[in-house]
Design a protein around this ligand. Structure first.
Ligand code: NAD
Length: 314
């Protein structure tokens, strides 16, 4: 990877953020992590010891942000209330972190001479528009406070580019999975929950009829997209999908996980969840063109690696 001298990763103790921190450190980058450990964990980054600077704190804390961003060339903004359901239950709290927090990160970045901010957005901004695959030029149709907040973050990023010349890139992640995804809360990613259930020999609950489909991308591919977004010149000012361009139905996913884990258990079906969308599949033409990005890990292999990690976390 082209060298990044010093980066701040907000949410760097979380699932995606911690993999990004690993990659940056491996590439010789000095890394500062800012995380309030609300859903992230120290154990995700403990193995890096004093090779990173870990700061426990909140992205809404302006004074702290100004301190930790000083000297950084790139900011990777991953911190957020990440759950759609949680944003439905408590939209104000999610708004404070996902919108106010994001503005504070952008503002501290432009005041302190950061070259580029790479922001974690989400495919949730597309809502339930029946047109597939999702292309970045489709009109967004957010269906949850979380989706509105991610979209607002994208608009702020664009405005900070126009007003202050701050380079920004917004990455619309589709459904990310892999080692370290926390299966312990009802808000967790479906793959982490299914893998946990399969390992325990228990039936998962599928909300709705299981016919809803998702585009699952392996976390290491998402990390590569972030690094390219930080280093490739044509990325500046862009909003880019980060997915695989393929999708699978949730009930078929459970079958595949059953096959890989050697269990055959019928799922329990529950009521559909508020704010959930029916279908989701990315078009990755734009990110391929501007960053040369193509996912490398297919779903089956990613599941095998993730299953191995759940059985023996490292
Ligand atoms: N996992 C996915 O499938 C997915 C899909 C689309 C977008 N995203 C986005 O990717 C980013 C990373 O998500 P993740 O899946 O790694 O979730 P995660 O919960 O593991 O990571 C989020 C991190 O942010 C930290 N955090 C939350 N609020 C904070 C605050 N106020 N101040 C400082 N730190 C705070 C948490 O402690 C956690 O470490 C998020 O912005 C999320 O919205 C994730």
């Amino acid at each position: 990877m082209e060298r990044i001298s010093h980066a701040l990763v907000t949410g760097g103790a979380g699932f995606i953020g911690s993999h990004l921190v690993d990659e940056l450190v491996a590439g010789g980058c000095r890394v500062t992590v800012l995380d309030n450990l609300s859903t992230g964990h120290r154990h995700n980054i403990d193995h890096l010891g004093d090779r990173i600077d870990f700061v426990e704190g909140d992205i809404r804390d302006e004074g702290l942000l100004n301190k930790v961003v000083k000297g950084c060339e790139v900011v990777f903004h991953q911190a957020a209330v990440v759950s759609v359901s949680q944003s439905v239950q408590d939209p104000s709290h999610a708004c404070e972190i996902n919108d106010l927090g994001t503005v504070r990160v952008l503002d501290a970045s432009r005041r302190n001479g950061v070259r580029r901010v790479v922001m974690a957005s989400s495919s949730a901004v597309y809502g339930d528009d029946p047109r597939m695959p999702k292309t970045e030029d489709m009109a967004p149709m957010p269906l949850s406070p979380y989706a509105v907040q991610k979209l607002t973050g994208e608009f702020y990023a664009s405005v900070f580019g126009g007003l202050y010349g701050l380079e920004t890139v917004c990455l619309r992640y589709f459904n990310v999975f892999g080692p370290r995804q926390d299966p312990s809360s009802p808000y967790s990613g479906v793959i982490s929950i299914f893998l946990k259930k399969a390992s325990a020999g228990e039936a998962p609950t599928i909300y709705g009829d299981g016919g809803q489909s998702r585009d699952f991308i392996y976390v290491k591919d998402v990390v590569r997209a972030n690094v390219l977004a930080a280093t490739e010149a044509p990325a500046a000012g862009q909003v880019l999908n980060v997915g695989t361009g393929t999708s699978i139905r949730i009930r078929d996913l459970w079958e595949l996980i059953g096959e890989l884990s050697n269990v055959k258990i019928d799922p329990v079906f529950g009521p559909p969840r508020a704010g959930d969308i029916r279908e989701s599949i990315s078009d990755i033409g734009r990110i391929r063109q501007s960053l040369g990005f193509k996912p490398r890990v297919v779903l089956r292999q990613g599941l095998i690696d993730t299953l191995a990690w759940y059985r023996a976390p490292s």
